[in-house]
Design a protein around this ligand. Structure first.
Ligand SMILES: C[S@@+](CC[C@H](N)C(=O)[O-])C[C@H]1O[C@@H](n2cnc3c(N)ncnc32)[C@H](O)[C@@H]1O
Length: 385
């Protein structure tokens, strides 16, 4: 895909979620030279969102009048005749700075509202064993999803119906109370069981340090300009995380998984999870990840939870995932849990989700375990049903 087409497509797709980015993308599609800084990014990461995030990052310190159009930077000016000139100015005057950000920072969101989808699964996992959980997140960013027990949750019945289910920490600051809607009407299991979490470990290719203002600025810059509530939630989560830092391992999740698992002793049950991270892996990496989890599960009890698009997550563990997702939308999230106990794997497809995990169609069904694998004879498959 050439960059002009990418920006044109982005303009059409983002009009609802970010009218400002849609407008700026239209300008770039008309004047492709404005996208030059994006050429500095590795080719797989060259997306309009990355360039706009880099622009926001630079604007945080550049004090340019364009900031007045971005609510996430405190602005409240709507698009007007001056927008294009100001945007062109920022892009040309700061081309090197924006290119340098594109070259060195992958696009990273760390959206705690995804915990609304994960929280029921953590509650179920906590009920499977007497021992506390050791959370191990693959693709953890700054690790903000490693605190699901610190947030408060309100699950609302679908529009037009009455019912609210609450769980979580009632003392959490207001901005960390996450509302989710139960689209299908069914109430998730596991809400009444508060998970006891004894360890929190994250792996990320580019982990972000909540104590480093530049890293946090990058997370802020990746929030689209109109999404001020997401920004407020991010600020609140970062403030909490600063009080209780987690262990973050830098590196590829597939390569680092054995080392991270070795950090968890038998006093805890490892609960390996991923949310919106496996889609960044190649098909080959996904296969290797499935194999690594399979090998780990053959030697110790553990739980794996994936909240990903169906192809990036659930389909790695069961052939029944595609059918499950197609009842809704294949692009939507699917929440899946694989339990390895005494060398046997059991799979449950739990829910379909949308909207950063806040729209949940809870629909638990058991599924056969059929891990994606290139090396079936290498794996101790017979012990696992
Ligand atoms: C969209 S963010 C999601 C972060 C977090 N899981 C969440 O849901 O808020 C994806 C994260 O995965 C990380 N990532 C991508 N490929 C990776 C890999 N091969 N190994 C480890 N982390 C990876 C990125 O650096 C990024 O922080």
């Amino acid at each position: 895909l050439d960059l002009t087409t990418a920006f044109r497509r982005f303009a059409a797709e983002s009009r609802e979620a970010s009218p400002l980015y849609a407008e700026l993308a239209t300008i770039v599609a008309r004047t492709p030279a404005l996208a030059a800084p994006l050429e500095a990014a590795p080719s797989a990461f060259r997306t309009p969102s990355l360039m706009f995030a880099a622009m926001q990052y630079v604007l945080r310190t550049a004090h340019h009048p364009l900031a007045a159009y971005l609510p996430t930077l405190g602005g409240f000016t709507g698009a007007d005749d001056a927008l294009e000139t100001r945007f062109r100015q920022v892009m040309t005057e700061n081309a090197d700075a924006i290119a340098s950000v594109c070259a060195h920072r992958p696009l990273q969101t760390n959206e705690v509202s995804r915990c609304a989808a994960l929280r029921p699964a953590f509650g179920i996992a906590a009920g499977l064993d007497q021992r506390p959980l050791a959370l191990l997140e693959m693709g953890a960013g700054a690790g903000l999803l490693l605190y699901p027990d610190w947030y408060a949750y309100r699950y609302l019945a679908p529009r037009g119906r009455l019912g609210t289910w609450r769980c979580g920490n009632p003392d959490t600051p207001p901005r960390l109370r996450i509302d989710a809607e139960l689209e299908g009407g069914a109430v998730p299991e596991g809400l009444s069981r508060e998970p006891v979490i004894a360890r929190r470990i994250g792996i990320d290719l580019a982990p972000l340090d909540v104590a480093d203002e530049k890293d946090v600025d990058w997370l802020r810059a990746c929030v689209w300009p109109e999404h001020v509530l997401r920004l407020a939630r991010l600020e609140a989560a970062v403030a909490q995380a600063r009080q209780n830092p987690v262990t973050l391992i830098a590196g590829d999740m597939v390569a680092m998984l054995p080392r991270a698992l070795a950090m968890i002793d038998d006093a805890c049950v490892p609960c390996v999870f991923a949310s919106d991270a496996l889609e960044y892996l190649s098909a080959d990496q996904r296969v290797r990840l499935t194999e690594a989890l399979h090998r780990a599960g053959a030697t110790r009890d553990l739980v794996v939870i994936a909240h990903e698009t169906v192809t990036a997550g659930a389909a790695l563990f069961t052939d029944e995932a595609g059918r499950y997702a197609q009842a809704g939308d294949p692009q939507a999230g699917v929440l899946v849990m694989v339990r390895f106990s005494r060398g046997e794997a059991t799979v449950r497809l739990l829910a379909r989700t949308r909207g950063y995990g806040r729209l949940i169609d809870w629909d638990p069904v058991p599924a056969g375990y059929s891990p994606k694998s290139r090396l079936p004879s290498d794996l101790p498959r017979r012990t696992i049903r």
